[in-house]
Structure formats: C-alpha cells, structure tokens
Design a protein around this ligand. Structure first.
Ligand code: HQG
Length: 183
C-alpha cells in the first residue's frame, strides 16, 4: 500500500514546483503560497491536507524539499521548480573544489557534447557528495557519476547557488568542466 504521506508530499511537489494550476492556485514570484489558501484549494480537489500534516511533511521531508516562511503563514518548495518566473532570491555562493552529478550512461553522449543542461528545471542540480549523486542517478537506472570542476567554473565567472536544502544549483556545466568518474 502506498504511504499516504509520500503521496501527499509528491502532490505538494507537483503544486509547489510545477503545476499550481492543477488545484487552481498561483504562487507569488518568490514561489510562496499562503498555507490557508493551499489547504482550502487542496481540499476542494479532494486532498485531505491539514496544517498539522503540512508542517509534519515540511519537517520530515527526506530532502527538506519545502520551507515555511518565518511568520508561519506561507510555504514554498526549496528548489526543483519548472514554473517560469519564480525567483527564489538565492545569493551566489562560492562552491567547493568539486561537486557531483548523478546520471545514467544513456545520456552521456549528449552530455559529452553539450555539457549538463538544466532541461525542464530552473538549474542543473549538483550534489556535494558522491553518495547523494548516486541516489539522484539511481532514480533513472544504474548511476553514472560526473565530477564537476566547480571551483574552476566559479573562477571563470559562472555563478553557483545553494538551495535551502543544500542542493548546488548552476545554469549549465560546459563539457570542459566535467570528468567521468571512471577516468
Ligand atoms: C540529464 C530530485 C541529455 C541529467 C533529485 C538528468 C535531484 C542531460 C536529467 C533533483 C543533459 C534531468 C534533480 C544533456 C543533463 N543531454 N541529458 N545535455 N544534461 N541531462 O530530474 O539532476 O526528489 O531535472 O543528467 O534527487 O536528475 O525532485 O535533474 O538525468 O536532487 O526533490 O537530464 O531532483 O530531487 O533530470 O535531479 P532532472 P536531476 P526531488
């Protein structure tokens, strides 16, 4: 049986990152929505979401996917959006020497050619640890790890951001900054 909390967390990811319109709501330009508005709209669409459950999901999300505003009134996703025009107001940060990206062998030819591209999301997502990158890649198949020369990119003027849940974000990674783990 599916865990109802996992189902609700996926529903929140859908609404807060990709398709708020599925329950007839909009996010503000920084990605926030009033918790009361979200709960009412979810319930009008047959989703039994309470404030208590929402706060529990924010608190226990394995990847800290969501954040509640300081005044406790609003919620948003920390990263992973595909909706255009959302500005999370992240400030550029100096990345570590290397970061990692987990993917699968099937897309390597394209990545070798054009580098890492953000696809549907707002950024390319990079991990600080190989273990996390392996988990990200394993969502699609046997993971392949790419090593990103993050500090060198930074020194070349490419800006890096870090989401509230510790994911490193960058616009793109040109192929010359990528190394395959097996090399
Ligand atoms: C690949 C999950 C062809 C890229 C995870 C990846 C992560 C290319 C896919 C977060 C390419 C994009 C992000 C190119 C990149 N040609 N394929 N030039 N450049 N790709 O899901 O990094 O559960 O948008 O390797 O745990 O897999 O949502 O990115 O396979 O943290 O919170 O295109 O999503 O977190 O896929 O995952 P995604 P991702 P959540």
């Amino acid at each position: 049986m599916k865990d109802p909390k996992v189902t609700m967390s996926k529903f929140l990811s859908l609404v807060l990152r990709h398709q708020p319109q599925t329950i007839g709501v909009t996010l503000d330009r920084h990605g926030w929505i009033e918790i009361d508005t979200l709960i009412a709209a979810a319930s009008a669409h047959g989703r039994k979401l309470t404030r208590e459950l929402l706060l529990e999901l924010v608190e226990t999300s394995d990847k800290q996917r969501f954040a509640v505003s300081d005044d406790g009134l609003r919620v948003r996703a920390n990263q992973g959006h595909s909706i255009h025009g959302i500005d999370l107001e992240l400030t550029p940060q100096v990345p570590p020497e290397t970061l990692f990206h987990g993917t699968i062998a099937a897309v390597l030819p394209a990545i070798r050619r054009e580098g890492l591209l953000k696809q549907a999301r707002h950024h390319v997502h990079l991990s600080a640890s190989i273990e996390t990158a392996e988990r990200v890649g394993a969502r699609r198949g046997k993971p392949v790890i790419l090593i990103v020369a993050a500090r060198a990119m930074h020194e070349a003027g490419i800006e890096f951001y870090r989401s509230a849940n510790g994911v490193w974000l960058v616009d793109a990674v040109p192929p010359e900054y990528l190394r395959e783990n097996s090399e």
